[in-house]
Unconditional design. Structure first.
Length: 288
């Protein structure tokens, strides 16, 4: 069982923490016939199998080597105008229903949640539990700075959403374009990192934009408290040390127990209890 850091529990209780969701969270949803969403590697392999063109050996090689951005760029080019429909087929049209982990993450009641996912699974769950009060923002919104001083509950779509497929950040070119055209989003992201603790759930450590922001923040403010990276992977000590030294990410490991990562659900359930207890203390002492 995870010994959750006191600092993280306190920050969550005081709504001074931001939860960042990756594709590992979406995999806890379930669609028709028991289908679960694929992670990025699984999706790209499926897209390659369905690819309407020959000469795809280099794409297969890129996927195997973890070069997902170029693999996706080349696949997008092969699918051409069919790409948005293909994305929606896999991420929206399977009738995915939120899993227990979605309900638990909503129960943590973070004022701001960042999502790397294109799907709407978390937001449907949050809107159900909060009676439709969730405010959804995307990286390209001109008023993205509202999340810093607003009083609502916000979900920020870091890579966009499938209702605007032309704005998805999916390829090497998309990342470069977003950094230039939507610099205000990354300024807001910087501000969030400086003022909040981040908890990465179901996310990897290879997202180029996230890494760039984390590294800039780490070396610009070298004495800041760490952010927290949840993983079930058996990371080598050198990787753990590098994540802390270069991105100020403190790695927290959990036992996944099974292929559905039920161990993560149990750990988040324990975290919800700890945060609820801490909020009660804050309430009783009126120590806001």
């Amino acid at each position: 069982m995870i010994d959750w850091p006191d600092e993280l529990v306190t920050d969550l209780a005081r709504r001074k923490a931001i939860i960042l969701l990756g594709s590992g969270v979406s995999k806890h949803a379930e669609g028709r016939h028991g289908i679960r969403p694929q992670d990025w590697k699984g999706f790209l392999k499926q897209a390659l199998n369905d690819c309407p063109a020959d000469d795809v050996q280099h794409i297969e090689k890129a996927i195997k080597e973890g070069d997902f951005l170029h693999a996706c760029e080349w696949l997008k080019s092969r699918y051409d105008e069919s790409w948005p429909a293909y994305l929606r087929k896999h991420f929206l049209e399977q009738g995915y229903q939120p899993g227990e982990i979605h309900r638990l993450l909503v129960a943590l009641d973070s004022r701001i949640v960042f999502s790397l996912n294109f799907d709407d699974i978390y937001e449907r769950c949050a809107n159900h539990q909060h009676a439709g009060a969730l405010i959804v923002k995307s990286y390209f919104d001109d008023d993205i700075g509202e999340i810093l001083r607003g009083t609502g509950r916000y979900l920020v779509k870091v890579h966009g959403a499938l209702n605007t497929p032309q704005s998805l950040i999916f390829t090497q070119k998309d990342y470069a374009h977003a950094r230039i055209k939507h610099a205000q989003f990354y300024q807001a992201f910087d501000a969030c990192l400086l003022t909040h603790s981040f908890l990465f759930v179901g996310a990897g450590y290879s997202d180029p934009d996230i890494n760039l922001v984390l590294e800039n923040q780490n070396f610009g403010f070298p004495h800041s408290r760490p952010h927290y990276f949840l993983t079930s992977s058996d990371l080598p000590d050198d990787r753990i040390s590098s994540l802390r030294a270069n991105r100020n990410l403190k790695t927290i490991k959990y036992d996944k127990i099974d292929d559905n990562h039920s161990g993560l659900v149990n750990e988040i359930k324990n975290l919800v209890s700890l945060v609820d207890e801490e909020r009660q203390i804050v309430r009783d002492e009126t120590n806001w």
